[in-house]
Every structure is written in C-alpha cells, then in structure tokens.
Design a protein around this ligand. Structure first.
Ligand SMILES: Nc1ncnc2c1ncn2[C@@H]1O[C@H](COP(=O)(O)OP(=O)(O)OP(=O)(O)O)[C@@H](O)[C@H]1O
Length: 364
C-alpha cells in the first residue's frame, strides 16, 4: 500500500557490494558502425552500459541489429565511430595487445584457421599471454588446461586436427580455449550457433556456472531467446532504433521492450510464457476446447497451428475425454457428436468442416 512516506526503490539504493563492484567493461557514449569512402553508417548510437564481475549477460537483437559489430568493437578489433570502451577502467585504445589478452578472451563465430595444429596444441595457445619467451607451459598452466578440458568434456578430440572436427566440436574447443585463457572478461559471438540442443544447454550452463564461481564477466550474443531468458542475469537488447536497452529478462518482458526488439508481422509475443508464436489465427474459425493437462496443451497447440481461435464463446465444442491410459476427442455441434482417436483425425475433420462453412459463406 502506498502512503505519503512511500519511497520508490531504485538502483541507487542497491546493496553497496553490487553497486560498488568495479566495472570490468564500460561503454561511454559509444557509437558503433562502419565508415567507407567518407560515408558513415552507424549501427548503434550513444550506447552506455557496464558489465560487472560474475555477471552472465546475453546480447540479443534481430538479424542485422548490430550484435557482431558491438562485440568486435568491445573486443578492440573494430574502432568505435565515437565514444570510449573501458576494460578494467582503462581505455581499450591504450592497452597493449599482450596485456589485453590477459584481460579479455574472445570467441568469434567465424571458422578458425588453425592449419595442421591438433586440438591440444590449439588449447595450449590459450596460455600464451602468460608464457615466457620460449612459450614453456608451467605446472599451473597445465592444471588450468586440464580443468577446462574436463569442464567442457572434449577429452576425446584432443589428438585430432582442428580441420577434422565438426562445426560444433570446433566451437567447443574454442570455448575451452577461452576458459584456458582465464581472463576476467569473456566475450563470445554466437557460441552455440553450431551446437545441437543438449550441447547448447550444456555450454550455456557451463558459462553461467563459470561466471558465478570464478566471478568472470561473460557476455555472449545469441539467437537462443528462450535459453537466454532462462539463464541470463541481464539481457542487452539491440533495438531497431540503434539504442541498447539492458535489464533483467523479466523486466524487459513485462515492460514490452523485448516485444519491440523483435516485432515482426506474423509473430505474436506471449508475455505469459516469454515465447514467440507464429500467428496463424483466422477470425472466422472459432472453437471451444474442454479438457485439461497434457492433452489440453497439445490439442490447443494443434488447433492454433490450424488457425483456430480457442474461445469459450463458441458453440462449436471439442471435448477431450481421458480415462486411465485411454483418451479420445469428442466433437459436438448442433446436437451431433463424433468421436476421434488422434489429433490428426480431429484436424482433418475440422479442416473439411470449416472449408465447407467458408464456401457456404462465399456463395451467400
Ligand atoms: N563490414 C561491413 N561494412 C559495412 N556494413 C556492415 C559490415 N558488416 C556488417 N555490416 C552491417 O552492419 C549491420 C549490423 O551487422 P551485424 O553483423 O553486426 O548484425 P548482427 O546483429 O550480428 O546480425 P546477425 O544476427 O544477422 O548475425 C548490418 O546492417 C550489416 O549489413
């Protein structure tokens, strides 16, 4: 209940330890994009954000929104059009390459050119920022390498050459190398692009665990909206108007920002579930569905895919009947009842029935 004395909680009032943690990464008035033949094409403008130790952040945006451009700029391999990027409080432009490699590791989406090197050798290169002039691995380096290999489960590829790996296996190797580089900041451009679902989940969970346990800041770009919403501490959303909006997944869903970032005709964003649905609904196809549980969920989904509005106001009713392991669907309309044993039969029947209705309407 609000009273005159109620004050609004703001980020300024947060726990001092979070607020005062040093920024691992900070962008100030950052504009990113491209310059060619005197023509400047900005992709993001006046961006301001910070990344703190232990944060696991997913960068999202529609195709061409500027995620890769931002990642390349933050990693210092592309110059900003304007503004500054600070890593550990130091302007990235003033950091020597060798020093930068101790602060930031980068995994890009492009294929890795590793000649005839085998996987283990490529992994050991992750320790080069700390090696002596001869590149000798110390005991401590070997422990870190072994630990990262165990964490990502790539033991069985170690003797293979990089070009003998599948895209997904190669991706895992490059993520392992980033862990071996052991920097306070890890940036990854679409690290799960070539992985199947179990591997995507495994890698995302591993990166999130790393952030938590080792206080690394981890930023990754992805098109995996669902996984990002479930796992990220914060989401960075590249918006169609070239701004970047940051927040917790739930805040961005509830305040409509998420929806705006991916707005496209033919898709509806469902705030209840945080998912996009293909919008196939047709106004003249209305049906009432009665039942519950798993059968209700999958029947509802099949009907929506067919373009039906599921509404209690329709006199056309589909009943789900369930008894022990047995189930069926009963269709009732104008006093008649028909029984179906599969969703396929239900859909076939409804298609036919509503087609006849449409034809009848057109003839009238
Ligand atoms: N080298 C380049 N020169 C000029 N424009 C470029 C260059 N690379 C990318 N762009 C443009 O910059 C914009 C942002 O591209 P970017 O690759 O950063 O987007 P993205 O969000 O990573 O896209 P996707 O999700 O499709 O990978 C796009 O309009 C793209 O055409």
């Amino acid at each position: 209940m609000y009273t005159e004395n109620t004050i609004s909680y703001t980020s300024v009032m947060r726990n001092a330890s979070v607020k005062d943690a040093p920024d691992i990464l900070r962008a100030q008035n950052l504009s990113i994009g491209y310059k060619a033949k005197g023509k400047v094409t900005p992709v993001g403008s006046a961006l301001e954000f910070t990344l703190k130790p232990g944060q696991f952040v997913c960068l999202l945006g529609s195709n061409g929104a500027g995620k890769s451009t931002l990642i390349r700029t933050l990693a210092g391999i592309q110059n900003p059009l304007e503004g500054k990027v600070y890593i550990g409080g130091v302007d990235i432009n003033t950091i020597q390459k060798a020093t930068l490699a101790q602060k930031l590791s980068l995994v890009l989406a492009e294929n890795v050119q590793a000649g005839n090197l085998n996987v283990y050798t490529v992994l050991t290169l992750g320790r080069y920022p700390y090696a002596d002039w001869f590149g000798t691995l110390r005991k401590h380096d070997k422990v870190i390498i072994k630990e990262a290999i165990r964490a990502t489960g790539i033991e069985k590829y170690l003797d293979k050459q990089i070009h003998q790996l599948s895209d997904g296996e190669r991706q895992k190797v490059m993520i392992t190398r980033a862990l071996i580089q052991d920097t306070p900041l890890i940036i990854l451009d679409e690290p799960t692009a070539h992985l199947d679902l179990p591997n995507r989940v495994e890698i995302i969970r591993l990166l999130r665990r790393m952030a938590r346990q080792t206080k690394k800041a981890i930023l990754l770009s992805t098109h995996e909206l669902d996984l990002a919403l479930q796992t990220a501490d914060r989401i960075w959303l590249m918006m169609p108007n070239q701004s970047l909006i940051t927040g917790t997944p739930e805040d961005l869903i509830l305040n409509g920002t998420f929806e705006k970032a991916f707005r496209k005709s033919g898709f509806d964003f469902c705030r209840e579930t945080g998912t996009f649905k293909v919008n196939t609904l047709e106004d003249n196809k209305r049906i009432q569905l009665k039942g519950d549980g798993t059968l209700y969920f999958w029947t509802h989904r099949a009907l929506e895919r067919e373009g039906f509005y599921i509404t209690e106001s329709s006199a056309t009713i589909l009943y789900i009947q369930e008894h022990h392991d047995d189930y069926c669907w009963m269709f009732e309309s104008e006093g008649n009842a028909i029984r179906f044993n599969t969703i396929e039969n239900v859909i076939e029947y409804l298609r036919d029935r509503f087609l006849h209705q449409e034809n009848a309407v057109e003839k009238v």
